[in-house]
Write a protein that binds this ligand. Structure first.
Ligand SMILES: [Zn+2]
Length: 114
């Protein structure tokens, strides 16, 4: 890979990062809650499905956010977007690492030539 190829690839990757404002880290979980009394559904043993966003933090801490059913598609998409952005960032980082090494090689060669 040449410098020009690396720069072009990095440019392409950067366009895939937008809009980064829509990212969300975490995972979707579905739970069922059961009322103890006064609910026909729960009396039949059905319960109510409940969607939760679970987000892990360093140290094993997690935070849970209850979601309304209509929020689920948007949350699912935002989580997917987070993973895409992370992959793109990783790829850009690899390219920048390559460019760093390329710079180092070139300055070494110039030193030798002078
Ligand atoms: Zn119930």
């Amino acid at each position: 890979m040449t410098r020009e190829q690396a720069l072009r690839k990095r440019e392409q990757l950067t366009t895939r990062l937008s809009p980064a404002a829509g990212v969300l880290r975490g995972s979707l979980l579905q739970r069922t809650i059961h009322h103890t009394s006064g609910c026909l559904k729960c009396a039949r043993g059905e319960g109510h499905p409940l969607w939760v966003l679970t987000v892990g933090y360093p140290g094993g801490k997690t935070r849970q956010v209850s979601l309304r059913p209509e929020q689920v598609p948007q949350v699912r998409e935002a989580i997917e977007h987070y993973h895409q952005c992370k992959q793109v960032l990783e790829a850009i980082s690899e390219l920048n690492q390559f460019l760093l090494r390329l710079d180092r090689e070139q300055s070494k060669n110039q030193e030798r030539a002078s």
